[in-house]
Design a protein around this ligand. Structure first.
Ligand code: 0YR
Ligand code: MG
Length: 389
């Protein structure tokens, strides 16, 4: 549709409103690979996907979600926050006003008092992602194009699903070798943080010899180490040409990571446990991080992810998004945002989505459907849905 404007050029009716008519939460619990996985802090059998479908008067539906460890009682705090706290703020509003709605939710005083991190932020992420999904659907474009277009050649992929602590050394080495040699990934991530540092180093060294000197090798302690043990491990990682040491220490410890960055040559990556732009500002400002790993499902959605990526770009830092969304959303962002250089692969929820993220020759390929990549398949709820009580 076009209409004349005062400058005499045709313009699309971008100001036509699409209004929100219903906000419906959902919850999926999807099995992980091989029934069970563990890192140094967590052990899980299912990935949780608390989310929301936003209905509109245009018939378009927006899908958004966050990611959890599939604990029903905790997950329902998130879906309750969506339906009881945010839904009343959204009904009747225009889907085009994403940032205004973000502010309305984030600064809603009763929610802010009890929130700003954790449950309220994960709920905000789900809603924000659903709003961007709608905005892109209304524009008839995949979100990566709406956000400015991007890397048509795709984005490099590295495999996280194969480096778990729950695997024996033989399984770990075999997975990593196959990820590189047979499946074409550009790198692998190996979990560390065992009680024995010797065992950690032995496992990482075995993987390096199996994948050769060129492939990317990342290690991830999921926040388990203290400063002395992180320094000791980090020095061994240097000779193994580890690309980054991820979440070496407690998630919020800015000063500890600053000291670690001064003490080892291996770059530091973190961010999957950070809930705000301000938290990234603290780590980046302190010189405590080299690879920011924002996650739109933990920050306040795509809106805040984009701000963090801009912040990283201002420091010329490479961004490696964390795949708490199981790649569907971050693939869109990674293609579009100039700071994003690589994306992690964890395939647990591929079967849930209409257009699952796809890796070909070591790169995620650009999705084609309009939206944020979040639309569920018709049978996802039937197969993986958990009843909300
Ligand atoms: C289990 N990726 C990670 C799993 C993974 C976690 O908590 O979700 O290991 O997300 O650290 O970098
Ligand atoms: Mg990690």
């Amino acid at each position: 549709m076009t209409k004349p404007n005062p400058l005499g050029r045709a313009s699309t009716t971008a100001t036509e409103e699409i209004r929100i008519t219903a906000v419906e939460p959902f919850l999926l619990h999807v099995p992980v690979t091989g029934q069970h996985i563990a890192d140094s802090m967590h052990s899980l059998t299912h990935w949780g996907v608390p989310g929301v479908v936003i209905q509109t008067d245009s018939g378009l539906r927006g899908f958004g979600y966050t990611g959890t460890h599939a604990h029903s009682a905790s997950d329902m705090l998130i879906t309750d926050c969506i339906s009881k706290v945010y839904a009343p703020l959204l009904l009747g509003e225009s889907i085009h006003d994403v940032l205004a709605l973000w502010k309305k939710m984030y600064h809603f005083p009763p929610a802010q008092w009890v929130g700003r991190t954790g449950i309220t932020q994960l709920a905000l992420a789900a809603v924000d992602i659903a709003l961007w999904d709608l905005k892109a659907k209304a524009a008839g474009q995949p979100l990566w194009r709406l956000m400015g277009g991007g890397k048509r050649e795709g984005i490099p992929a590295y495999n996280t699903d194969g480096g778990w602590l729950s695997l024996s050394k033989a399984q770990l080495v075999d997975n990593c070798r196959r990820s590189i040699e047979e499946r074409g990934f550009q790198g692998v991530k190996v979990k560390v943080g065992l009680p024995s540092a010797h065992e950690d180093i032995d496992r990482v060294r075995a993987v390096r010899s199996a994948i050769g000197p060129v492939a990317g090798l990342m290690v991830d302690a999921n926040g388990r180490c203290d400063l002395p043990s992180a320094i000791a491990l980090g020095r061994h990682f240097e000779e193994l040409e580890v690309a980054w040491f991820e979440e070496p220490m407690w998630y919020d410890d800015v000063e500890g990571h600053r000291r670690l960055a001064e003490s080892i040559r291996t770059p530091i990556a973190l961010g999957e446990q950070l809930y705000s732009l301000d938290a990234f500002t603290a780590f980046i400002g302190a010189g405590a991080i080299h690879y920011p790993q924002p996650d739109a499902t933990r920050l306040g959605g795509i809106s805040e992810f984009w701000q963090v990526a801009d912040l990283a770009l201002a420091y010329r830092m490479p961004v490696a998004p964390h795949a708490g969304d199981m790649m569907q959303v971050h693939l869109q962002m990674a293609l579009a945002h100039p700071a994003c250089v690589i994306l992690e692969y964890i395939p647990w929820t591929l079967e849930c989505f209409r257009e699952p993220a796809q890796v070909t020759n070591g790169r995620f390929t650009p999705p084609e459907l309009p939206g944020a990549g979040t639309e569920l398949r018709a049978d996802a709820l039937e197969r993986f849905g958990v009843k909300l009580t």
